[in-house]
Design a protein around this ligand. Structure first.
Ligand code: ZN
Length: 80
C-alpha cells in the first residue's frame, strides 16, 4: 500500500466527490477487503479519484438440506 502524500478528504455521502462536492462520480472496479468493499471512483467535475467504502455486515446463513453443490456432481454433461 502506498502512503498518501496529500491530505485525504473524507465525506460520508454516497455518490459525491469529497473534493468538489460534485455528484458526477464514475464508479470503477470494486474490491473486497476484510470487512469492507470499496469502489474506485473518479470525479467528472474536478478529476479527483478515490474510493467509496462500504461495510460488509453479516446477514444470515441459508442452507438447503440434502442439496449438493453443483460442482460436486459427477461429470455427465461432458459426453461429446
Ligand atoms: Zn470533484
Amino acid at each position: 500500500m502506498s502512503v498518501a502524500t496529500k491530505e485525504e478528504l473524507v465525506i460520508t455521502e454516497e455518490g459525491k466527490c469529497a473534493v468538489c462536492g460534485g455528484k458526477n462520480v464514475q464508479y470503477g472496479d470494486s474490491e473486497v477487503a476484510e470487512q469492507s468493499v470499496y469502489y474506485e471512483i473518479d470525479c467528472d467535475d474536478c478529476g479527483a479519484c478515490g474510493r467509496e467504502w462500504y461495510n460488509l455486515e453479516y446477514q444470515d446463513t441459508r442452507m438447503v438440506p440434502g442439496e449438493k453443490p453443483a460442482g460436486a456432481r459427477s461429470i455427465e454433461g461432458d459426453r461429446e
